[in-house]
Structure formats: structure tokens, C-alpha cells
Design a protein around this ligand. Sequence first.
Ligand SMILES: Cc1cc2nc3c(=O)[nH]c(=O)nc-3n(C[C@H](O)[C@H](O)[C@H](O)COP(=O)(O)OP(=O)(O)OC[C@H]3O[C@@H](n4cnc5c(N)ncnc54)[C@H](O)[C@@H]3O)c2cc1C
Length: 292
Amino acid sequence: MSLISGFEHIVRENEPLAPYTRLNIGGVAEYFAEPTTKDELVSLVKRFAENEVPIRLMGSGTNLLISTQGIAGLVLHLSAPAFGQIDVEGDTMAVGGGAKLSHFVASAVREGLTGPQHLVGITGTVGGALHSNTSAVGFDIGSWVQSAEVLNRSGELVTHEKENMSFSYRQSSLSELAILSATFKFDSESAEALTKQMQKLWIVRRAAQPAADVRAAYVFKDHRGDSASSLIDQAGLKGTRVGEVEVCDRDPNFFIAHDGATADDFLRLIELVQTRVRDQHEVELQTSIGIW
Ligand SMILES: Cc1cc2nc3c(=O)[nH]c(=O)nc-3n(C[C@H](O)[C@H](O)[C@H](O)COP(=O)(O)OP(=O)(O)OC[C@H]3O[C@@H](n4cnc5c(N)ncnc54)[C@H](O)[C@@H]3O)c2cc1C
């Protein structure tokens, strides 16, 4: 029996990953799967786990750098509608890990639930945002979570309650293979007031970050209260380029990939920026982007 027998309808071999990422960089996945149901996902993960094949999960590829050599093993993509559900009941939302962050924000605002409007304009999935505890202007997604259903690397489903999870700056305790869904609880406010607030925040964010069609990634974590952007700016690195990858002028914590950019250009620019910031500020910048 072949590794993918019975799963041929959802698994593709040697699938180019670049088109699934915002940077549009990188090689192929040995196996790439888009399961259509939770049961299918669980069976697939069990099959690959039993055969000791490495498995990774990709959200919407907003903050991933894929190596030119590609990825050995299985890459999962929760693009099916079964993983993108959003249900609102009173002050509680149940959201699939594959749901777009923008849909989560819009649904909360429409229902008069306050908090998520602060995350307007940040791209990604809810699962990806929970994985790295996406935050903006002092509000982080982890602070509203009540429970999360995850799938571990052996293919077992586990539910974590609020008291068993922790969220801190750009990280969470949800380190299993896949965050499948989560429930959130919010305070209520008028939908009209929230819409106005969201629109204002969106205008500010749109002016501060690269446009949606630009191949950009958010590269470093802030360092103990010092923003990575100002550390890079003070080191005089705005506009610095390696090959076809450039430090963004508008906000130097974004790197922009131009036509012909490679993962190696990107990695060399990360190293150059880390070295200059270390020399100037004695600070070791840690990456926020996922490097595969
Ligand atoms: C222009 C721009 C602006 C940004 N602004 C902000 C900001 O203001 N604040 C902020 O915090 N971040 C910001 N980010 C980063 C953003 O939070 C992440 O890009 C996003 O949350 C990642 O979601 P994703 O679905 O695209 O994950 P991917 O990029 O696909 O994956 C990133 C990591 O998350 C993991 N992952 C993804 N989905 C799941 C899941 N369901 N279960 C388990 N693990 C998963 C992947 O395995 C990978 O390790 C910005 C990024 C960009 C490009």
C-alpha cells in the first residue's frame, strides 16, 4: 500500500509552495494535502505519523519563508470550508483555525463584540494568529480565548481550556501540529461604534504597512520594549538590499521581495540586519517570521 493510498483526492506530490505564500518564494512540498473534513485530516495525520514522515501545517502563508530546496514530508493546508466556520452565539464566537483573521474581525464587529477590531488589516488565519499570539496596539488574540481544539503530531484530538493555555508576546503554548478551532468570549458594544473605530484603525494601519499586493513579511520580534523597526532604522538600514530582497522604507521591520527574490537573499538580509543591529545596539534580534 502506498503512503497516500485512499487519500489521492486530497494529496498532491511535489506541489510548488511559493503560490501559497505572501512572499511567493520557495520550492516544492514532497506531499501537500488539503483535507476536506476533520475525520479525513485525522486519518491522514495518523497514516503519515505511523510512517514517521514529518508533517507541517501552513496557514495562509502570510509569514512563512520556504527554502528553495523545498520541504520533505507532508505540508497540510486547512483551506476547506470545514475549517473556516465562524459561529456567534451571544458574547461567544466559535471559529475554525482555517478562518481568515479578516472574517473573524468583521464578524465580531458586525455582532457588536469588542476587541477584534484592533486586529483589522492583519493578514493570516485565526489558527496562525493563535500560534503566534498576533497582537496590535496592546491587544492580543490570546487574551479572548476560552478553549482551543488542537490535533497533535500522533493524530490525537485534544481540547485545552483557558486555564491550561498561555499566551505571551508573539508566542503561545499551542505548539501542537494544528489548531483546529477555538472559542472566544468578548464584551459587547454598539456595532456602529465598533465599525467606526475599526475604520479609523484600518486607515492608520494601511498607511503604516506595505500594501496588500506587495510581497512583504514581518521579520523580527521587538526586543524588550524596543521596537524592531526603530532598532533597524537607527542602524541606518532602511532600503538595504541583498539580491532582490529589500528592507522596507516605510517600516524597516518589513522585508519586501522583488521579482527574482530567493530564500537565500532573504536569509542573507536577515543575517546582515541582525549583525548591524548587534554591532550598534548590542541587541540580538529574534525572527518572528517562520523559516521552513
Ligand atoms: C503586512 C503584515 C502585517 C503584519 N502585522 C502584524 C501585526 O501587526 N501584529 C502581529 O502580531 N503580526 C503581524 N503580522 C504577522 C501575522 O500575525 C502573521 O502573518 C499571521 O498571524 C500568520 O497567519 P498565517 O495563517 O498566514 O500563518 P502562516 O504564515 O501560514 O504560518 C505561520 C506559523 O503559524 C503556524 N500555523 C498557521 N496556522 C496554524 C494552525 N491552524 N495551527 C497551528 N499552527 C499554525 C505555521 O505552522 C507557522 O509556523 C503581519 C504580517 C504581515 C505580512
